[in-house]
Write a protein that binds this ligand. Structure first.
Ligand code: CP
Length: 308
């Protein structure tokens, strides 16, 4: 099989295990290419991609843009803060105006869960979800799983704990879908106020004791507390969260076991992760960022094959 089962990447929920493995195989090739002195291939010379960011981003926006340029696509960038969205234009009108300029593919980050699914029913272009509110962030989950695979091999049976603000995290849901499709066992850990009530329906166990969670896992994916999505208090203070759930070198030394540390970024040093842990040899945070470009090249390349 050399084709995805979908025309859009709206979420990991819609991918098959075969889709994910195909993305990884294609990303393996692109990772070799982006580590060569000449990092570009001419594959998508005839494709134009619009990156539409209605929410802030550093990693995802730059990573998509680099991936597109490495594939030789033409790229246009749009950010909501300086666009006509401010003048009351609807999402469908904004995107259709961009598509009228002969754009083939849309990469979009939007604060509304389901915005991409809605758009996919109204426009004639491939859509890639670069994050929709608290719902999904599929390319982040793909690059996370790819990074774990690089370090640990096949994910089947691997134990992964996702720590922190699960309630407000699109990374958590996409990771749960992706890791489970690949056969990994997933737990979440954090204050119960930050764990969605339906989480067990996804086949995910909850552990509130961070030490027990770390003793259990092979991999810990640490999430940021998303204060920008919290209009009420979910724990007494950042300091208390950090004391109870922050990962420090002292805590890891107590457990005395090799645990691979992931973090999707942006990291808050001294809150969910100490500087020593972020920069330790078992931290693969920058490997995640490097792999993000190869994974996004693979996703774009595979979706573009349905245009030609
Ligand atoms: N991981 C992630 O989505 O980071 P950005 O918000 O910087 O894109």
């Amino acid at each position: 099989m050399n084709k995805l089962s979908v025309n859009h990447l709206l979420g990991i929920e819609h991918l098959t295990e075969e889709d994910i493995q195909l993305i990884f195989t294609v990303a393996d090739n692109f990772k070799q290419i982006i580590n060569r002195p000449i990092k570009k291939v001419p594959s998508l010379r005839d494709i134009t991609i619009a990156n539409l960011f209605f929410e802030n981003s550093t990693r995802t926006k730059l990573s998509f843009e680099l991936a597109e340029k490495r594939l030789s696509a033409d790229v246009v960038n749009f950010s909501a803060s300086n666009s006509s969205v401010k003048k009351g234009e609807t999402l469908i009108d904004t995107v259709n105006n961009i598509l009228a300029m002969k754009v083939d593919m849309v990469v979009m980050r939007h604060p509304t869960p389901g915005a991409h699914e809605f758009l996919s029913r109204h426009i004639d272009a491939n859509i890639i979800n670069a994050g929709d509110g608290t719902h999904e962030h599929p390319t982040q989950a793909l690059l996370d799983a790819y990074t774990i695979r690089e370090k640990h091999g096949d994910l089947a049976g691997k134990k992964v704990v996702i720590v922190g603000d699960i309630l407000h995290s699109r990374v958590a849901l996409s990771n749960i879908y992706c890791l489970q499709k690949l056969g990994a066992i997933v737990k979440v850990c954090g204050p119960l106020t930050l764990i969605p009530k339906h989480i067990k329906e996804l086949g995910v166990e909850v552990e509130v004791d961070i030490k027990k969670a770390l003793e259990w896992c092979d991999v810990a994916n640490l999430l940021r507390i998303q204060l920008e999505r919290q209009d009420t208090k979910f724990f007494p203070s950042i300091r208390e969260y950090s004391l109870k759930y922050g990962i420090t070198i002292e805590l890891l030394n107590e457990i005395n076991k090799e645990i691979t540390i992931l973090h999707p970024g942006p990291i808050n040093r001294g809150v969910e992760i100490s500087s020593e842990v972020a920069d330790a040899k078992d931290s693969v945070i920058l490997n995640q960022v490097e792999n993000g470009v190869a994974i996004r090249m693979a996703v774009i390349y595979l979706l573009a094959s349905s245009i030609k």
